[in-house]
Design a binder for this molecule. Structure first.
Ligand SMILES: [Zn+2]
Length: 211
């Protein structure tokens, strides 16, 4: 159930656990589970009103807007309650690391917890990091230094090789060439100041669903 207003909030099973419900926060872009905390009705109402994810801090016994001191806020996208109304799924866009350890998520290295399809998003982040840090001996660094034209040429080549592998019926080659194509496409998007989220948004809009 989508929770949008105070009427929705009142329908939840708050009495089960002293006015608290566990709130699992999921990255609205790539589906990674970022953290888990608790909300009371006031925290949930504040989250909906302000658009900034707010919890109830059990240790401090007060409302706690995530990122109020660190700046690593969670921009609320949607809150859903589970089937029996006693657990919240909070979809959000993080402004920075969600964990106090300065990691993206409270659970583990973001590459290892990325669901299979979200690995593309993890790879996108890794490519962005390579662009900024430019580590030596990195093929990605060499691509960025060669520039957009060279990267675009690689995307063209890998596209043709992918097509040829499919036509030849070589499944193993198709997988390898597709991996090359996606990787070089992500590098090209980065080098052109474009994000994977813009591509998925464009794909989504073609299906008449803007969010
Ligand atoms: Zn943490």
């Amino acid at each position: 159930m989508l929770i949008q207003n105070t009427q929705d909030i009142d329908l939840l099973e708050w009495q089960k656990m002293d006015d608290l419900l566990p709130a699992v926060v999921q990255d609205a872009f790539d589906g990674r589970v970022l953290m888990q905390a608790y909300m009371n009705p006031a925290a949930l109402a504040r989250s909906l009103d302000s658009g900034s994810v707010t919890f109830w801090s059990r240790s401090r016994q007060q409302l706690w807007t995530k990122g109020e001191t660190s700046g690593n806020t969670l921009k609320l996208v949607a809150v859903h309650a589970d089937c029996d109304g006693d657990c919240l799924l909070v979809m959000a866009i993080p402004a920075g690391p969600a964990c106090h350890r300065n990691t993206d998520t409270c659970f583990d290295n973001d590459l290892t917890i990325a669901p299979e399809l979200s690995f593309l998003a993890a790879l996108e982040r890794l490519i962005a990091e390579r662009e900024m840090k430019r580590p030596e001996d990195s093929y990605t660094t060499r691509l960025f230094e060669a520039g957009v034209k060279r990267i675009a040429q690689k995307v063209g080549e890998e596209g043709v090789e992918t097509a040829l592998a499919a036509v030849a019926g070589d499944r193993e080659e198709l997988v390898n060439e597709s991996a090359d194509l996606l990787y070089h496409l992500l590098v090209l998007l980065r080098a052109s100041g474009t994000q994977l989220s813009e591509i998925t948004a464009a794909l989504r809009s073609r299906h008449g669903d803007s969010k």
